[in-house]
Design a protein around this ligand. Structure first.
Ligand code: FE2
Length: 205
């Protein structure tokens, strides 16, 4: 076989391997997030999925870990609710709330459902960079201490071309967002997140 043929074959093999890896990763993101299909705009759906792909590539956590580790480190050692169960619940609560607000206030306070759902899916994507694994348990690493997930989430999303209105939701969904004005979509995600978190941390029994 000629040298150029060998080179072409090797390039074709490496390209196929790369394409296969991307295909598997995309498949894993779609498995993690069936809610991606609720985003009507295909471009926004693709950029939202790409942000999760990028986070998974950079993270020590696997999709299997995300279905296993507790969603917060602030609700004690007995918390059983997984990271993905909480993240998906927030998206479901946000979508239902957005639909109800459009039903009752459409002309006065319209909610952009694509922006809302993409923002809810991406709100905690930066947490994939916040965690480190120690003795089989997820703990906050130094990167996460310097840059909490609203910051790292925006960085990941911007690298994937996610529009500013969606990055705004990522940036403001947590306590940091109390310092700025939120859009209506950001308010919904913020409350959907906190109403499904605070009672785990502390509630009247
Ligand atoms: Fe968060």
């Amino acid at each position: 076989m000629a040298k150029s043929e060998r080179r072409n074959l090797s390039f074709a093999f490496r390209f196929s391997l790369f394409a296969f890896k991307i295909f598997c990763m995309t498949d894993r993101v779609n498995d993690l997030w069936p809610e991606l299909m609720w985003i009507n705009d295909p471009d926004l759906r693709e950029k939202t999925a790409a942000t999760w792909e990028l986070a998974l590539q950079k993270s020590v956590l696997t999709p299997e870990d995300l279905n296993k580790i507790p969603f917060t480190l602030l609700a004690g050692p007995d918390l059983k609710v997984s990271f993905m169960a909480h993240k998906r619940c927030v998206v479901h609560v946000a979508r239902d709330a957005g639909n109800k607000m459009n039903e009752f206030f459409r002309d006065d306070l319209p909610v952009n459902m694509d922006v809302l759902i993409a923002g809810a899916i991406l709100a905690d994507v930066g947490k994939l960079l916040e965690y480190e694994m120690k003795d089989g348990k997820s703990v906050q690493g130094m990167y996460g201490k310097f840059l909490r997930h609203p910051f790292s989430g925006v960085s990941l999303a911007e690298q994937c071309g996610v529009p500013a209105a969606v990055c705004h939701i990522v940036a403001t969904h947590a306590g940091e967002g109390d310092m700025v004005k939120r859009t209506v979509e950001a308010y919904i995600v913020h409350h959907a997140d906190f109403m499904t978190f605070e009672p785990f941390r502390e509630r009247l029994k």
